[in-house]
Design a protein around this ligand. Structure first.
Ligand code: DP6
Length: 352
């Protein structure tokens, strides 16, 4: 959290201003490929775990400046990164039927653009803060649809714990929702092998895969089956099945990318070393499974009560890397000042 209680007290209570916090999510059944780039409609549904670590905190204020001002980590965004945010704000302005400019002040507690889900937490927080600042009171489904327009995976960070994003066929029908998972306590250790921004954005990587990989049709055919298997495994609280399906699905996503022209490859030697380590730890009786996204950093799924042991075992084997231990976390929410002046999360749900 980078805002002081005093800043929050002034921001969150003012008319035309809101501060929201959202956590990243890591997909256990991946989203890879859009059938509609403008609306961000995916070819297939996906499913993820929202984490309790590495949030984005975003304040949106209506201003009388001639243009929107967009800050990330205190620095003005420029070029495509800025226009991605201002185009998203245009959508919120249209939805609210308002035309004021805004200032956006966003802080990530996770390296930006390194395949560690910063666009998911970023657009989930922005959707909630911007819609609230413009006086909209969106329910969770509408908020998920809005966040999707910023970044597909952001549609899932609206929700606590496990969320499924239904692919849908139009703007209305493509949204995420929470998946109840009684008896299934998941944990995850994120490894930070390389915190630099990736050279191929997930947006470009997925476009190239859809356009050129001969394996992509198999991905589109197979993923709905895997999503159903995953939902059934969650209902049974069958951790072994959840982990096995998640690891296999991640490998299949990377296989479709390798079939693209030119190939899209996000992982490197250090990632492969970690994949081996995960297999060895599992052989030793510490049940864990690997997943990877649009970057070299391997994320390792385990039972919630095994997170600390897993993080320690990873550091023992690879003392030079960074680890972020996490468990299931909460979805996007507004934060505001509490009576007595201290900063806190809203007690009444920020978004219904
Ligand atoms: C590999 O949601 O970042 O993390 O919709 O173009 O913004 P855009 O893509 P984004 O893609 C995430 C891809 C992934 C898998 C996943 O999170 O499901």
């Amino acid at each position: 959290m980078t805002l002081t209680p005093q800043q929050l007290a002034t921001t969150a209570s003012e008319e035309g201003s809101a501060t929201a916090l959202a956590n990243p999510n890591i997909a256990l059944v991946k989203y890879w490929g859009k059938r509609d780039e403008a609306l961000i409609l995916p070819w297939t549904g996906s499913l993820s775990l929202t984490l309790d670590a590495a949030p984005t905190t975003t304040t949106v204020r209506l201003t009388d400046t001639p243009d929107d001002v967009v800050l990330l980590g205190g620095r003005p965004l420029e070029g495509t990164a800025r226009s991605r945010v201002t185009r998203f704000i245009d959508l919120v302005r249209a939805l609210a039927d308002r035309d004021e400019r805004v200032s956006v002040d966003s802080h990530n507690e996770i390296p930006t653009g390194a395949g560690l889900a910063s666009s998911a937490s970023g657009f989930a927080a922005l959707a909630l803060a911007a819609s609230t600042a413009f006086g909209l009171d969106l329910d969770r489904r509408a908020l998920s649809r809005l966040a999707r327009r910023g970044s597909g995976s952001a549609s899932r960070s609206i929700f606590d714990g496990i969320a499924v994003w239904h692919a849908g066929h139009d703007d209305e029908s493509s949204f995420a929702e929470a998946v109840p998972a009684p008896g299934l306590e998941l944990g995850m250790v994120l490894t930070v092998l390389d915190a630099r921004a990736k050279s191929v954005s997930s947006r470009d990587g997925m476009r190239r895969t859809v356009d050129t990989s001969p394996y992509y049709p198999a991905w589109v055919e197979r993923t709905p089956v895997e999503l159903e298997e995953m939902l059934a495994a969650i209902t049974r609280a069958d951790f072994t099945a959840v982990g096995t399906i998640a690891e296999r699905n991640a490998m299949r996503m990377h296989a479709t990318m390798l079939g693209a022209e030119p190939p899209v490859r996000y992982w490197g030697p250090a990632s492969v070393e970690l994949l081996d380590l995960v297999a060895n730890l599992r052989g030793d009786g510490l049940e864990c499974y690997a997943t990877m996204d649009a970057g070299p950093n391997v994320k390792i799924l385990c039972r919630a009560d095994a997170v600390d042991e897993l993080a320690a075992r990873i550091l023992e084997a690879q003392p030079h890397i960074g680890v972020i231990p996490a468990r299931a976390g909460r979805g996007a929410r507004l934060i505001t000042s509490e009576p007595g002046g201290s900063a806190g999360e809203q007690t009444t749900e920020g978004a219904r």
